[in-house]
Write a protein that binds this ligand. Structure first.
Ligand code: CA
Length: 343
């Protein structure tokens, strides 16, 4: 049992009682006082399904507002899961950056923030920072495990995969790897976000939670194949954690192989302003130094296209969706063999 520090003072409050058994569906309410609503609230949906004794699992979607498979799967659990099948407690949050979700955007139109770069948040900060602070101070300390269900968003199309957030503690790392492999996505990938500590999964690992991420397709749309993988994977993890009966999990399909994004070499960034022409389909095996694509300046035909190259050997794991690029945009992502020791 962990003993968290006292939570920071906050004005946020819940309409559900996290300690009560059965199914409750309500909101995290955060006072929000814009021009047209002096004493109103921002409402972040939250459901709790509790029964008997067992671990507490927090599942979030809508961390980015333009990633859809996870939130759909979470809403289905909220409506359909029989509380009698649960041993422990599920806290289900399908739309955590709710203003971004309603807008169908990656970032919040209220404060411009990317929720997944705001941990540990600020209970006296902007709306997004306050949502983050509530998760940090009130939900992580009572949870044993955390699932953060992402897709590639509007700008990226990613091969459906379950994600391992790196953990320094070898015991937690082993438990995370086991839980992520239980998801049984077609690919399992270690992603460190270049060591950024401000993501939800990095914060959950620091809080000692068993942590599972996903990247389910993307392109700002719903992939039926990725949605099926996500529905199945979430139940597999809940079976693995003992919150759902083992028969709710599906027989293992994958080979357990683990890939990783090899630091900054994973990314092919745009070098100039133009239109990106990719050379390869997702899933292609590529080599460092190999031409990856060209950037055309179609409004200045005198300018020859610029070629960009891969920086790592591996699988072409993700590809930018919009053709239009500016310098620094992420065009391609390569996942390589996982080099680190597993335990
Ligand atoms: Ca995302």
């Amino acid at each position: 049992m962990r003993h968290p520090a006292a939570p920071r003072p906050s004005s946020a409050f819940l309409t559900v009682d996290l300690e009560q058994p059965g199914r409750q569906v309500g909101f995290l309410r955060i006072p929000h006082s814009p021009h047209d609503d002096a004493w109103g609230v921002t409402q972040v949906p939250i459901a709790v399904i509790g029964n008997g004794t067992g671990p507490t699992v927090l599942i979030e979607g809508g961390n980015h507002g333009d990633e859809y498979e996870g939130p759909i799967a979470i809403c289905e659990l909220i409506r359909e899961l029989d509380p009698a099948r649960v041993q422990g407690r599920l806290i289900l949050m399908p739309a955590n950056n709710v203003h971004a979700v309603i807008a169908g955007q990656r970032t919040s139109p209220v404060d411009g923030l990317n929720y997944n770069r705001t941990f540990p948040g600020d209970p006296r900060g902007t709306i997004t920072q306050q949502i983050t602070a509530f998760v940090t101070d009130h939900l992580f300390p009572i949870a044993d495990a955390f699932l953060s269900l992402h897709s590639g968003g509007s700008s990226l199309d990613i091969m459906p995969s379950a994600i391992i957030e790196p953990a320094d503690d070898p015991a937690l790392r082993a438990r995370n790897i086991a839980a992520v492999q239980a998801f049984d996505a077609p690919l399992t990938v270690v992603i460190s976000n270049l060591g950024d500590p401000r993501t939800a999964t990095a914060a959950a690992v620091r809080a000692g939670l068993v942590t599972v991420g996903t990247e389910m397709a993307g392109s700002g749309t719903v992939s039926p194949e990725a949605l099926a993988i996500c529905r199945r994977g979430v139940r597999n993890v809940l079976g693995h954690l003992g919150v759902l009966p083992p028969e709710d999990a599906s027989p293992r399909r994958g080979d357990g192989r683990i890939l990783e994004l090899p630091g900054s070499a994973a990314y092919v960034f745009a070098t100039t302003d133009g239109i990106f022409e990719p050379f390869h389909a997702k899933g292609t095996e590529v080599r460092a130094g190999e031409p990856a694509g060209r950037i055309h300046c179609t409004w200045d035909p005198r300018r020859p296209p610029e070629t960009v190259t891969y920086q790592a050997d591996g699988l072409l794991y993700g590809r930018r969706q919009p053709g239009r690029v500016r310098p620094g945009n992420c065009c391609l992502v390569v996942a390589s063999a996982y080099a680190a020791a597993l335990t």
